[in-house]
Design a protein around this ligand. Structure first.
Ligand code: ADP
Length: 235
């Protein structure tokens, strides 16, 4: 993933807000990046630009050498469906579907062969400790279980890029560690970049690099020479 001089300006009623300013960086396959910074510094805007949910006002975003701005709307939809695993802070589960159906939906949209879907759902449910609640609706389970379902849904499709917006923001420390550990393991095993907005100290310990944002800029990058390994975290 390569960003070059990415900028985003919002205009509302003639008022301009420079949400992201001249951000450039490269994230390699299997690398784990935490994004930190005060509220309003542009973290979510940056993540949304990379996720192609919004378009930059300037600069380029490339994944595997492909400039995302050159893709048509249909190609962008296919990119999000086939290559992107996005974990939302507020889970974004469909309330009228069970936990199992929420996970199945992402795989069905990706046109995963029907015969494989059940096995994939059960594999990730077991890995995330949510096998017992697959029949339940999101409103019937805890916040931690909902977030684990949201993670399972995002990674079961084996994305080429994982983006997460404060995935541990609403969780207690035990559930937070479980999510951090999972993102780390999955990123390494799928060899895909993981970028996650976080205020979580565990996340900063495991990240290869932490990007510190301020006023829309990538102010500094902390390199973690010896990032904590998944096995060292308590489950
Ligand atoms: P963070 O995720 O770090 O809290 P955001 O990326 O949400 O920050 O916001 C960065 C800046 O852009 C803020 O000043 C915010 O008010 C502004 N902003 C975000 N989204 C919009 C929008 N759709 N329209 C106008 N301004 C926006």
């Amino acid at each position: 993933l390569r960003l070059k001089h990415v900028a985003k300006v919002y205009e509302n009623d003639g008022v301009l807000t420079q949400a992201v300013r001249d951000v450039s960086f490269t994230v390699d396959k299997g690398s784990f990046v935490g994004i930190m910074g005060a509220s309003g510094c542009g973290k979510s805007t940056l993540l949304n630009l990379i996720a192609t949910m919004d378009k930059p006002s300037g600069g380029t975003i490339e994944l595997d050498g492909q400039d995302l701005a050159e893709l048509s709307e249909a190609e962008l939809a296919a990119f999000r469906r086939d290559h992107l695993g996005f974990i939302f802070q507020e889970y974004n589960l469909l309330e009228t579907l069970t936990i199992r159906e929420n996970m199945m939906l992402a795989l069905t949209i990706k046109q995963t062969p029907k015969a494989e879907i059940k096995g994939i759902v059960e594999h990730w449910a077991a890995k995330l400790g949510i096998s017992e609640i697959l029949r339940h609706f999101p409103c019937e389970v805890s916040g931690g279980q909902r977030q684990r379902c949201a993670c399972a849904r995002a990674i079961a499709t084996q994305p080429a890029l994982i983006l997460a917006d404060e995935p541990t923001g609403a969780l207690d420390s035990k559930n937070s560690v479980a999510i951090v550990k999972l993102l780390l393991e999955v990123g390494r095993s799928l060899k895909c970049p993981v970028m996650t907005i976080t205020h979580n100290a565990e996340m900063a310990r495991v990240a290869d690099r932490v990007f510190h944002m301020k006023d829309g800029r990538l102010e500094r990058i902390t390199v973690n020479e010896h990032p904590c390994q998944a096995e060292e975290l308590d489950w």
